[in-house]
Design a protein around this ligand. Structure first.
Ligand SMILES: C[S@@+](CC[C@H](N)C(=O)[O-])C[C@H]1O[C@@H](n2cnc3c(N)ncnc32)[C@H](O)[C@@H]1O
Length: 320
């Protein structure tokens, strides 16, 4: 790793044409939500979420991919000796904050404008995938879990913290009642997902599991589970692709959806890669991976432009 060189490369990719949903985080509420995200979570972070992040992310190893990195709340907790840190975030207002957080952290990270449903990474190319409060938000958690299985190398680990469907029937009923308004408020987040059951049904074995409460947050998102999962070799997902729903009460609609949705669809994304890196080799490897995916027909070939970024003390052009 070239720790002394602080560089940023912005690589623009051609826009994908097969999107079916509007861009994530677009619109005035998406911008406002990104702006209030840290203040809204602040008390919860202090009341225990921060230490949950710290404990979980200490387990990250090798080439690590974080999905839906948001404003970058996980950045301080990654080990310093990761081979590479890649953070995917499809919402532009979140990504703007994430970029700032990476710069502030003085850490090497590649920021991808990519939805978790379709990652610009080679098969088996990642050692650790991180999802904190993301599987509840993505439109198609089953497709995302399938994609995580694809990019993880055999033996690679998924690290997750997710708020989940309550065990208490009373609270679960409130989660169902308030799902829609909460979803509108929290930019797509479903408060009633049985996410851990979904992870297991998608072909993972949950290895460590720690249940808890997201203190200082509304009751409907308090039940929390963090843990690690590895993919079961030779066991494909038992969930149909394209399924949207995530609560046990919705299994039948999930199966109905499966019949209708045999083709994968992904949210619209400008599909740009914006690596903020200290080491050009790391950026080059990410871009090369992108290009390999494009050659395999997984995505539109990239047209890459680059800019450089260094801390104020030592700004210099990339390659100079
Ligand atoms: C509740 S926030 C969690 C942010 C961050 N991971 C954290 O722990 O604070 C959910 C994040 O998922 C992102 N997101 C939404 N749809 C997504 C998708 N299809 N793929 C990846 N990320 C997505 C949102 O933009 C948002 O940043």
């Amino acid at each position: 790793m070239c720790d002394r060189h602080h560089r940023a490369i912005v690589a623009s990719m051609a826009t994908m044409t097969d999107h079916v949903t509007p861009p994530v985080g677009a619109g005035p509420w998406g911008r406002l939500f990104a702006a209030i995200y840290d203040p809204v979570l602040w008390a919860g972070e202090l009341a225990g979420m921060r230490s949950r992040r710290r404990d979980l992310l200490a387990l990250a190893r090798g080439r690590t991919l974080e999905l839906g990195g948001g404003t970058g709340l996980n950045l301080p907790y990654y080990p310093d000796d990761l081979d590479e840190l890649i953070v995917a975030e499809p919402a532009a207002p979140m990504r703007k904050r994430l970029e700032k957080a990476v710069r502030r952290s003085n850490r090497t990270a590649t920021i991808l404008d990519a939805a978790a449903e379709r990652l610009p990474m080679d098969d088996g190319s990642v050692d650790t995938v991180v999802s904190t409060l993301v599987l509840c938000t993505v439109d198609q958690p089953v497709v995302v879990l399938d994609e995580i299985r694809r990019v993880l190398r055999p033996g690679g680990r998924l690290l997750f913290v997710e708020h989940v469907r309550a065990d208490s029937a009373w609270l679960a009923a409130w989660q169902d009642r308030l799902e829609k308004p909460w979803r509108r408020f929290a930019e797509g987040c479903r408060c009633n997902c049985a996410t851990v059951a979904l992870i297991e049904a998608a072909g993972f074995t949950v290895r460590h599991r720690s249940e808890g409460t997201w203190r200082a947050m509304p009751a409907i998102v308090r039940p929390l589970v963090s843990g690690t999962a590895t993919q079961r070799q030779g066991h494909a997902s038992s969930l149909p692709p394209g399924a949207h729903d995530c609560g046990p009460a919705r299994t039948s609609s999930l199966l109905r959806n499966a019949a209708r949705t045999s083709q994968r669809t992904v949210p619209e994304t400008t599909n740009a890669v914006a690596p903020l890196v200290k080491c050009p080799a790391a950026a080059a490897s990410s871009i090369a991976a992108h290009q390999r995916s494009a050659r395999r027909g997984v995505m539109t070939p990239p047209s890459i432009s680059s800019v450089t970024w260094r801390p104020r003390t030592s700004r210099k052009k990339l390659g100079s």
